[in-house]
Design a protein around this ligand. Structure first.
Ligand SMILES: Cc1ncc(COP(=O)(O)O)c(C=O)c1O
Length: 439
């Protein structure tokens, strides 16, 4: 029987000094029952809690740890950078080197601007699009999360279907209190994977829309790939209407392909944002894009500041990470796909064998399980109407008990890292079978 007593005691202590005992609500007691686990350390594809339980980690620092925990070359890069001083109020050669690598790897990248997180990158990208086009409105899709900035923070959480409004005219639902009506006034929300409605909105607001921002594979609300031809149609509509296409590759970047989903799907946006896997576990963000657009970040035009933008420490880590990911013909990226595809196939077999109405959606490095009668979940509305999220949470809690650390929120996803092995695949599948048996 697994003991988690030390985690319980630490959680009681944490609640005295941290709001809800955590620093980001999705890690807290609202989701994790009977309480969140305190992690002591991680190594490779595994983490260890303070009660000495070991888990195969399929959360990986909310998708940041593409190389797994404590990768020796990342540890070495951190130590080298720390010894030389972590940050100077000046530019460094390594910034240029990393930017050059990004421009080689990412199809739309001709210029780069670094930030410190995915949220910082997406908020800068929207300001850039507004500054470049002189237009205020932008389109975001239902269920897509781009960070916690005011303009985006709506229609991300799952809700009862009668609260959503019609597909053609979704009700704008802020995901937080403290947002002003004014901050949402220029945000247009439409369902994803639906070209007709998008075209209608583009016509309705002709000449007023600065940008369409999209995750190329939806990584929030689980894992929802684009319908065949959808990203291409987005590219065409934006081009026809003088709208900038922004790919939010904060989750997909450095994972589906070295150049992200834009390389994988061969659809090149005008601007793209990155974070998470780029930093292999350290805090980083980036906006990249076409030269004439990105140059709008110049002095006197669109302002983007940041004390910690492109620290020497962060740049050393990103540089090493890119080396590791792309060496031997991108072998590590291929490994992310192989391991993910093996887990996905194995889980499907288990659900089938046990006659559990569930699907595993996604491919390669990212996937999510939906307990549903449907054959696929195509957008946020399908998720709200046809997915048993409570059942998923019960299953995920059982899986954790069986030694696999996954999100207990159906709205996130599972992810692979380069350190996962075939033995880990077996452990995940055995644990999934046991977890279903225990339910
Ligand atoms: C697609 C996407 N964009 C942006 C962000 C925000 O990134 P960060 O949490 O680093 O601010 C997230 C975070 O989960 C995300 O999933």
């Amino acid at each position: 029987m697994r003991q988690i007593e030390r985690s319980r005691q630490l959680y009681l202590r944490a609640q005295e000094v941290l709001v809800e005992g955590v620093n980001s609500p999705s890690r807290g007691g609202r989701f994790y029952k009977p309480h969140p686990l305190f992690i002591d350390h991680g190594r490779g594809g595994h983490i260890y809690d303070v009660d000495d339980n070991e888990y195969v980690d399929l959360m990986l620092g909310f998708s940041a740890l593409v190389l797994g925990h404590a990768h020796p070359e990342i540890v070495e890069a951190l130590s080298r950078a720390a010894k030389a001083g972590t940050h100077y109020a000046a530019i460094t050669e390594i910034e240029v080197k990393v930017a050059e690598r990004l421009c080689q790897l990412i199809p739309c990248a001709e210029r780069v601007r670094f930030a410190n997180s995915g949220t910082e990158a997406t908020m800068a990208a929207i300001r850039l699009a507004r500054g470049f086009t002189g237009r205020n409105k932008f389109i975001k899709f239902e269920g897509h999360y781009h960070g916690w900035y005011d303009d985006f923070l709506l229609n991300c959480h799952g809700r009862p279907t009668d609260a959503l409004g019609t597909r053609k005219d979704p009700v704008l639902i802020p995901d937080s209190s403290g947002l002003t009506r004014e901050s949402l006034a220029n945000t247009i929300v439409v369902p994803w994977n639906d070209i007709e409605i998008l075209l209608d909105k583009a016509n309705q607001y002709k000449g007023q829309i600065a940008a369409i921002i999209t995750e190329p594979v939806m990584s929030n609300i689980g894992c929802i790939p684009p319908k065949p031809g959808y990203l291409e149609a987005l590219r065409q509509i934006t081009r026809d209407n003088g709208i900038l296409l922004i790919f939010d590759e904060v989750v997909t970047g450095f994972r589906y392909a070295p150049g992200g989903c834009q390389e994988y799907f061969r659809v090149v946006p005008d601007v793209a944002t990155f974070g998470k896997a780029m930093g292999a576990g350290i805090s980083i963000g980036a906006v990249v894009g076409k030269r004439e657009i990105m140059d709008t970040f110049s002095w006197g035009k669109v302002l983007h500041y940041g004390t910690f933008n492109a620290t020497h420490l962060a740049m050393e880590v990103v540089h090493t990470n890119l080396d590791v990911l792309t060496r031997n013909g991108n072998a590590n990226i291929k490994h992310l796909h192989d391991i993910g595809n093996q887990i996905i196939a194995g889980l499907r077999e288990i659900f089938n064998h046990r006659k559990v109405p569930a699907i595993v959606q996604g491919f390669g490095p990212m996937f999510q399980i939906y307990f549903t009668q449907k054959e696929s979940i195509g957008d946020y509305r399908d998720y709200c109407s046809d997915v048993d999220t409570e059942k998923y949470s019960r299953f995920a809690h059982e899986l954790i008990k069986c030694g696999v650390y996954v999100t207990v929120s159906n709205g996130l996803h599972s992810i692979t890292c380069t350190a996962h092995t075939e033995e880990d695949v077996d452990r995940v599948l055995n644990a999934a079978d046991d977890a279903l048996g225990n339910m």
